[in-house]
Write a protein that binds this ligand. Sequence first.
Ligand SMILES: Nc1ncnc2c1ncn2[C@@H]1O[C@H](COP(=O)(O)OP(=O)(O)OP(=O)(O)O)[C@@H](O)[C@H]1O
Length: 384
Amino acid sequence: MSLHVDVAATRGRFTLDVAFDVPGGGVLAVLGPNGSGKSTLLQCLAGLLVPDRGTVTLGERTLSSVPGVQVPVHDRGIGLLAQDPLLLPHLTVAENVAFGPRSQGSTRTRARAQARAWIREVDAVELAGRKPAQLSGGQAQRVAIARALAGRPRALLLDEPLSALDVDAAPAVRGLLRRVLRRSGAADDRSGAVSERDRCAVLVTHDPLDALALADDVVVLDAGRIVERGPAKEVLAAPRTPFTARIAGLNLVPGVAAADGLHASDGRFVAGVRSDDCAAGEPAVAVFAPGAVAVHPAHAPHTGSPRNVVDARVASLEPHGAVIRLRTAGDGGVAAGIAADLTPASVAELGLEPGSAVRLEVKAASVAVHAAVESPSPFRAAEP
Ligand SMILES: Nc1ncnc2c1ncn2[C@@H]1O[C@H](COP(=O)(O)OP(=O)(O)OP(=O)(O)O)[C@@H](O)[C@H]1O
């Protein structure tokens, strides 16, 4: 069942103005910096906020059309999974999951059967008799997923569903969400579970891994507008805005495309490979991975060509998985805020510490130049 959204909503001086579609069975991830309008968007979809103009349609049904239709929250067929599991504390797990079907008019027996099916689905059978206070964060979120789905929503809204979980619990819950969101199987009518085939979902997240693991498409919001959209892998691999580059862990230098690179706004030339989507002379971004940046001692001789070489100063060195991520200091320009990944051995060998002078080199072949999206916010990708 597809979701069609074309709305504008005002909150104080902030305006959200977006249009997108999520096809039946599809999952759309919504990314964006703090205050970009992600929660405002979910509230418009859930019916908690009345838009100033536009429409929200789910399948054939108009949920919101201004002026005119405004279907109330409980009647939208939309399930919400928030950061906090929000389970009713005095009910058992089984009763919490049966609550939705019961309040939709299912008989007690049928509601229990539906609850059992979903509790099994989320691997929580042994928790069925417990109260929420007896659950870990990960267990409670599993139950919240079962409860959201037991209400047989036609669309699911997920608001940072993994962000309150610790690093040990998040992967298992992400795996479960992947299973329930990505499954395109038929209905399990014997147990009373709903058909997943047509249910679409909108996932608000700060985590690119969630977008890649769970979503088909991504939209990036900035200051209430969509500034990037497309398949999750493509948007994160070739970001057009500083925000997306930052969350994707990539370096991004804005400027104007040239035949074989980009003229950065500070006047420097960045050698790179121009993609087909951008013509010379147009606004563009040069994107390169921290792993593509070679770090040398300051004043080291240039080694070969074509290369990008820039002198910089180390601002910070932080562990990043198996490597150390270096970030350069500065207030602006190409040399500021570049991320480079080094092995701990190279950091020791080069004697690097905050304040050290370094020479960075990036091969032209490792720099992709893409058409840029004008970002309305001053947010910079490269800031730590
Ligand atoms: N009740 C309100 N009254 C006035 N302004 C509001 C209200 N709620 C939110 N805003 C403003 O609307 C803008 C968008 O907020 P929103 O919560 O939708 O952003 P967000 O992208 O979800 O942010 P975060 O990632 O921090 O949760 C912000 O500038 C915020 O200050």
